[in-house]
Structure formats: C-alpha cells, structure tokens
Design a protein around this ligand. Structure first.
Ligand code: DGL
Length: 251
C-alpha cells in the first residue's frame, strides 16, 4: 500500500484529457495535477526553456512526495523526457507521445493526419516515430496557436482557425487523425466539422493509463485503499479553475 500521490503536469488544462483516463483506470490513487497555464504555450518554447520550467515543477513534485510523474504533454515529453529520466531518478515517469504507433498498429492502410504543436512536430522523437512506423500515407501538421485557443477557452475562434489550417491538405481523403497534443481531444467535434466528415481519432491517453497501472504494479506501489483517491490541483493561473471543472470527467 502506497498512498503517495501521482503527479501529472501539462502547460495547462490539456493534461485533463489524460487525467480523466488514468483516474478511470486507477480510481483509488491520489493525484496532484499541475496546470502550468502561465507558461502556456509550451509548443513554441525551446528545449532549454522547457527544461528550466519543468525543473521547477519537479521541485514541487519532490515536495509533494509523488511516487510517479505523468508528463501529460506531448511537447514536453518528446523534447525533455530523456533529460528528466536521467536527472530525477527518484521518480518513475510515464510520458505521452503522439500515438503514431497506435495509428500504425490498427490503421496501417489508412490516410493519417498527425496534429501537434510546432515543438512536437520538429522534435527528434517525432521524426523517429515517423520513420519507424510506416503507414500508407501520413501528413504531419504543426498547429501553431491551437492549444492556446483551447487553453483560453476561445472556442468561437476555432472553426476559422481550423479552416485555415486545413486549407492546404486534402481533407476528404483523411481517415485517421492522431491528436498529438493533450489539449486537442477537447475539440474533436470541431475538427470533424472542419474536415467535413467523420474520422477515427487516436491519442496517447489509453497508453498512458495502462503504462501507469503497469508501473505501479511492477514496483508494488499501488494504493490499495477501498475509498476513492484524492485529487488536488496546483494552478499557476487560478482563473483556470472554471475550465478545468468543465473538462474534468468530460471525456
Ligand atoms: N498540451 C501540450 C501538448 O500535449 C502542450 C500545448 C502547448 O502548451 O503548446 O503538447
């Protein structure tokens, strides 16, 4: 029995899409969610800037005595996870990354669009995934500013943003969309509308939930209490409380 919490971080509200899945699979665990909205977007930051920001969050997680850290942000995971694993060996880490492997495993023959932040799209990790898992057709699309609109709950601007974003792709032929940023699962409906037809969405949240469970069991650090776990928030911008409540348990 290990009651220490699981730490989850993102550049704001995006990681709630991960938290929702993890909590569903592991309801007895305690969680501390760190929403770093003040530093949003991470998607336009350099690796060095991200390391500086996330180092500070790791200090908070050390103070909170977390037993496992979930990097619920594709941008941070693809760029700094190697550094974090080396630097903070006291933590177990689970990192989300664009679900290119899932798209490859289940939809090899389908035309796939990968949507992610500029930082994720240009990361070495994404290049590796793109090379390793070869699908019939795959388009990588940097969505500069999209996570920011979602973070600010500026939903009325999203249809026009997506219309511009999709201007140069063959929308009709897209069959699978990889949501490579944890903010994007909240706008599946808007993406479907902008593409003009139904698509299959994939993201990394199920993989993160399963991996978290596996690591807790393997290291014998599950929380076996009967009651539901506690969830607490650390917000760098307290005005985000409302939007967090809106998305909590929404998907
Ligand atoms: N939610 C994050 C991701 O998964 C980052 C969005 C941002 O801050 O740019 O990439």
């Amino acid at each position: 029995m290990d009651k220490r919490p699981i730490g989850i971080l993102d550049s704001g509200i995006g990681g709630i899409s991960i938290l929702n899945k993890v909590e569903k699979l592991l309801p007895h665990e305690n969680y501390v969610y760190y929403a770093d909205s003040i530093n949003n977007p991470y998607g336009n930051k350099t690796k060095e800037e991200l390391i500086k920001i996330i180092d500070r969050i790791m200090l908070v997680f050390l103070r909170e005595n977390v037993k496992l850290v979930i990097i619920a942000c594709n941008t941070a995971s693809t760029q700094v996870i190697t550094y974090l694993r080396k630097q903070y060996q006291e933590f177990l880490f689970v990192a989300v990354e664009p679900a290119i492997k899932v798209a490859y495993d289940y939809h090899k023959e389908k035309n796939t669009l990968v949507m992610a932040t500029p930082g994720t799209i240009r990361s070495e990790r994404l290049m590796e995934l793109d090379k390793k898992y070869h699908q019939k057709k795959r388009t990588l699309l940097a969505c500069d500013g999209l996570a920011e609109l979602i973070e600010k709950d500026d939903l009325e601007k999203i249809p026009i943003y997506l219309e511009n974003l999709f201007k140069n792709i063959e929308k009709d032929s897209i069959e699978v969309v990889v949501l490579g940023c944890t903010h994007y699962p909240f706008i599946e409906k808007e993406i479907t509308k902008a593409l003009g037809h139904e698509v299959i969405f994939v993201d990394g949240s199920n993989g993160v939930a399963k991996r978290t469970k596996y690591l807790l069991e393997k290291n014998h650090i599950e929380n076996t209490q009967n009651s539901e776990g506690r969830l607490s928030f650390l917000l760098t911008d307290s005005s985000k409380e409302k939007i967090i409540t809106k998305y909590l348990n929404s998907i």
